[in-house]
Write a protein that binds this ligand. Structure first.
Ligand code: BTN
Length: 245
């Protein structure tokens, strides 16, 4: 049976991810979708701040699939595929995936995804909170990467509610496919639109930087980097940058 999403909307909150995580730990059932007009402490990957002023989409989904932590870690790719499909349908410019879960429009970041999980019972995660921010009407000044928003990219003036409805409609069948068959069946879809695949990249890791060729991602979304000495380095977390050839 397909999952029913129940959308709750708030004017303001610190972080939709944090609020939903607190409820997940208290046993809230899966399918809750929390959307806020404004976040006062929006969280990005790797401890960064996610600027969250009114006009854009800030939302988190509570899910409880029966997956190991490694399998669960691929869900961010699934949400990125859903957003990629949605943007391709409304925009006339290239929409790409940037490892791990960013979505780029014409080379600029329009969205970020923050996946958090907790509790393990019998080797499976108890809950997942999948947070996504999509720049609809404005975008923060460039920090690590160029950024954009839907309007600036020539897209329609969607409200956050409209964007959320469209996104959930794209995500629902992909989530069902992922629950049934894992990331294996969806990986090719993500790779087909991957930015920098096969190209020289620099990866900024928790400790230091490494360079090489972006060879592939494996079944749990780990980036496979072919180093200059021929060795293959597996990168589970970090930021990647294209390097001029
Ligand atoms: C990134 O760094 O690219 C990930 C950004 C994720 C932002 C979203 S906005 C909704 C949800 N709540 C948060 O605090 N963060 C995520």
């Amino acid at each position: 049976m397909s999952l029913i999403f129940r959308v709750e909307t708030l004017a303001e909150i610190d972080s939709t991810n944090d609020a939903l995580k607190a409820r997940a730990m208290l046993g809230a059932e899966e399918g809750i979708v929390l959307r806020a007009d404004v976040q006062t402490a929006g969280k990005g990957r790797r401890g960064r701040f996610w600027v969250s002023e009114a006009g854009n989409l800030y939302t988190s989904l509570l899910l409880r699939p029966t997956k190991t932590p490694a399998e669960a870690a691929t869900l961010g790719f699934v949400m990125a595929i859903a957003l990629g499909r949605l943007l391709r349908a409304v925009l006339n410019v290239p929409v790409e995936h940037k490892w791990p879960n960013d979505v780029l429009v014409d080379g600029a970041k329009i969205s970020g995804i923050l996946l958090e999980s907790g509790g393990i019972t019998g080797g499976k995660v108890d809950w997942l909170v999948l947070g996504i921010g999509v720049n609809l009407r404005h975008h923060p000044a460039e920090t690590l990467y160029p950024t954009t928003d839907l309007l600036a990219s020539g897209g329609p003036p969607l409200t956050p509610d409209q964007a959320l409805d469209l996104l959930l409609a794209e995500f629902r069948p992909l989530y069902a496919a992922w629950v049934a068959g894992g990331f294996a069946a969806l990986r090719a879809d993500w790779l087909a639109h991957c930015r920098g695949l096969g190209d020289p990249i620099m990866a900024r890791l928790e400790r230091g930087e490494v360079s090489g060729r972006f060879e592939d991602i494996d079944a749990d979304g780990t980036l496979l980097l072919r180093m200059d000495d021929g060795a293959l380095k597996r990168i589970a977390a970090g930021d990647i940058f294209l390097v001029a050839r």
